[in-house]
Design a protein around this ligand. Structure first.
Ligand code: ADP
Length: 425
């Protein structure tokens, strides 16, 4: 069995992809697992990111799942563990960042770690312990109104303290600016004072690169995805295109889109305007006749040999509201997701091996239907959306997947994704 260096536990799926992308950019070969893998990994990689769905579940369940992930990662040889949460520190006074961090520390037998959601490239900076989203403190950003994890305090020392048993301290930006040695000295001083978790300031990517070497050998790192950019060098790994190399793609090409977000609507419109072969799934017809999806998939599959096909339920907010009014929000969503997952399976059965899926929930449904549990992460098509290679029992082998969150990607995403895959090394 291959031995990994960095073992990561992410509290949601897109966050896991985000972290995996940063590790690949830093030169690490990465597999993203959907949930805790059932067996050992076949591939030889530097890092594994286990994607959980533990951000907003009860804290005790988040702890149990995270400890199961930790056990798998240690068994796979992970020499350092990275607990990844959102760069807006999404949590409530009950957790789950604090309880999961402390449970991982206990299991690893360590008395000190850091917490740093900073990702300056994406506008997330930490200054004197205060987290900024763009130009405003977190509690003045859209996060104050988040339906599940409203963030009403930007001071991370206070936020983390409220959900921790141990003491929380701060490594401020002046120390970070002074470099790895100064940061390590501050870690030692905080530790002597009885602090177990240090919030670390970072206002630039350079800060994260200075922080990286100070984290060498630390059993547990907790952070957003930004801190990852400074870690690979600790193992002598430097950025290299080969880290993102995937098996050669083959088969037919298709896009399945269940996202109704603004960016996806633009991408569907651009695909249609360019004369692409596109097939619209009618959510109303679906509720009346379950075979509508299969009929559509069969029609779409018939033209696969002529180039990429698009099957989409993507539509404008008015049409979505009308369907939701008729079927109920949840039922409409579940019905369309299940139908698109069946369409994706049908297309793969008919020879599609390069598949773009638009929509977070839609991607989850498609990946599950294809029986995919591990993704080898390749190069990004656009920020946050890499091509991945996965083994699928439905494909009877490898299928290349690009799983796109609704609002990600440029307008020509559906057109350029396949060209990019063909051009990758
Ligand atoms: P995004 O990443 O843009 O949020 P998701 O796939 O996560 O996309 O969510 C889109 C939701 O909308 C899914 O539950 C999907 O089934 C649902 N949906 C898609 N098309 C329609 C439609 N035409 N009518 C009603 N609901 C739809």
């Amino acid at each position: 069995m291959a031995t990994i260096r960095l073992g990561c536990i992410a509290d949601d799926f897109t966050g896991a992809t985000d972290l995996a992308g940063n590790l690949v950019r830093a030169g690490m070969r990465v597999v993203q697992a959907i949930g805790v893998p059932r067996g050992p990994l076949e591939e030889d990689v530097d890092a594994v990111v286990i994607a959980l769905k533990s951000r907003t579940i009860p804290a005790d369940q988040a702890v149990t799942q995270s400890l199961a992930a930790l056990a798998w990662l240690r068994n796979a040889g992970a020499r350092q563990v990275y607990f990844k949460y959102c760069s807006t520190f999404d949590s409530t006074p009950r957790g789950n960042i604090g309880p999961v961090t402390e449970a991982l520390m206990e299991a690893l037998g360590t008395d000190f770690t850091i917490a740093c959601p900073a990702f300056p490239e994406n506008g997330r900076t930490v200054y004197k312990g205060y987290l900024f989203a763009g130009d405003v403190p977190l509690d003045e950003s859209g996060m104050k109104d988040h339906p599940l994890t409203p963030m009403n305090d930007a001071n991370l020392v206070r936020v983390m303290q409220a959900q921790s048993k141990g003491r929380v301290g701060l490594v401020d930006y002046r120390t970070v600016a002074a470099g790895a040695e100064a940061i390590r000295a501050r870690f030692d001083a905080l530790r002597r004072e009885g602090v177990s978790v240090a919030i670390v300031d970072a206002i630039s990517d350079a800060d994260l690169h200075r922080l990286g070497p100070a984290l060498a050998g630390m059993p547990l790192v907790t952070a957003g995805s930004g801190v990852a950019i400074g870690l690979a060098a600790n193992w002598g790994i430097t950025p290299a295109a080969q880290a993102a190399s995937l098996p050669a793609p083959g088969g037919f090409r298709a896009v399945v889109s269940g996202s109704c977000s603004v960016a996806t609507r633009g991408q569907v419109a651009a695909f249609l305007a360019a004369g692409g072969r596109a097939f619209a799934l009618d959510a109303r017809a679906l509720s009346a006749d379950a075979s509508h999806a299969e009929a559509l998939a069969t029609t779409a599959a018939a033209s696969l040999s002529q180039g990429p096909v698009l099957v989409y339920s993507t539509t404008d907010p008015e049409a979505v509201r009308a369907v939701q009014g008729q079927l109920g929000v949840e039922r409409a969503g579940a019905l369309v997701e299940a139908a698109l997952a069946r369409v994706a399976c049908h297309l793969v059965e008919r020879g599609v091996r390069q598949l773009v899926v638009a929509g977070g929930e839609t991607s989850g449904a498609v990946v599950q239907a294809l029986g995919v549990d591990c993704l080898r992460i390749g190069q990004a098509i656009d920020p946050g959306v890499p091509w991945c290679a996965a083994r699928s029992p439905v494909a009877g082998g490898t299928v290349h997947l690009a799983l796109k969150s609704g609002n990600f990607g440029s307008e020509d995403f559906f057109l350029k994704a396949f060209d990019r895959l063909a051009a990758f090394p």
